[in-house]
Design a protein around this ligand. Structure first.
Ligand code: LCV
Length: 257
């Protein structure tokens, strides 16, 4: 489902499950995590996370067919997407997300959790919890909030509409928008710049920034309130309808309960 390659001190992971539009299934996520572990063991100094050249869909996001029902939190600690986000954030070297094609749902957060984002002008990003009646989780929303102004995070999350890379670049959410013909050379030139610098310093700064970005106080009462509110959503008719509609390839009819 993926291919991996190390050239010099730069590791590349290519999402390669076109049949399911690189959906972040548990199996695909586990392959990415295993590749990251190998890169860390071999002291890769910069990693590139990409899809196959010229894809229409970079990743279709969380594998909807794996979303749990029956009152289980769809984005709990052990969820594959949550595991992937933590592994990207804890990887000891910078990860550049190189984006061609459309990015959906949890794959949006995956890209935002990388350290740099380089995209083609045609690339688009759609945050989709509201399209599936999924109650996104606290740390996941923080990923959006750390990357985008709250009004933009809300627009992405509430409209669930794709936003083009150029607009996100103008708001500083994407580092560079580069034509498809140049994106590989541009991305690897950036990776080489990083790889020639001091890896210890970069690794520690990445970890410091992770800790600082996540440093938010929340009272136990507030956390319990949030979890209770989220439970209402993933126990709702609308949550089941969202999954059913996806499987039946039709638009969901949300009733608000
Ligand atoms: C499983 C899939 C998927 C998929 N899962 O190709 O962020 S949250 O909270 O929403 C979180 C829960 C999340 O990330 O949810 C997923 C959000 N993703 C989406 O809403 C995008 C869903 N996919 C699509 O809208 C289309 O597949 C796109 C536009 C990505 C590509 O359309 P295209 O016509 O090129 P198909 O729809 O025909 O999909 C090809 C195969 O991939 C499966 C889909 O079920 C189909 O499988 P079959 O050939 O077995 O029918 N697939 C696509 N996305 N997220 N499976």
């Amino acid at each position: 489902m993926i291919t991996q390659l190390i050239e010099g001190a730069i590791g590349t992971i290519t999402l390669n499950h076109e049949a399911k539009r690189n959906a972040l299934s548990e199996a695909l996520v586990n392959e990415v995590i295993a590749a990251l572990a190998e890169f860390a063991r071999l002291e890769v100094r910069c990693a590139v996370l990409r899809a196959a050249p010229g894809v229409k869909v970079w990743s279709a996001g969380h594998d909807v067919s794996e979303l749990p029902e029956g009152g289980q939190d769809p984005l709990g600690w052990r969820d594959p997407l949550r595991h992937l986000i933590r592994e990207l954030e804890n990887f000891p070297a910078p990860i550049i997300a190189m984006i061609e094609g459309s990015v959906w749902g949890g794959a949006c957060e995956t890209v935002l959790a990388c350290d740099l984002i380089i995209a083609t002008p045609e690339a688009s990003f759609a945050a989709t919890p509201a399209k599936h009646s999924v109650p996104y989780n606290v740390s996941g929303l923080l990923t959006f909030l750390n990357a985008a102004h709250i009004h933009i995070a809300k627009e992405m999350l509430f409209t669930a509409q794709p936003i083009l890379a150029g607009r996100l670049e103008r708001m500083g959410i994407i580092n560079h928008v580069t034509p498809a013909d140049d994106i590989e050379e541009f991305t690897y030139a950036t990776a080489r710049m990083i790889a020639q610098n001091a890896p210890l310093s970069i690794s520690v700064m990445k970890e410091q920034l992770r800790i600082l970005a996540g440093a938010h106080t929340m009272s136990p009462q507030d956390f319990e309130r949030i979890q209770g509110l989220r439970r209402v959503v993933y126990n709702s008719h609308d949550y089941s309808e969202g999954i059913r509609a996806f499987k039946e390839k039709r638009k969901p009819k949300f009733q608000g309960y």
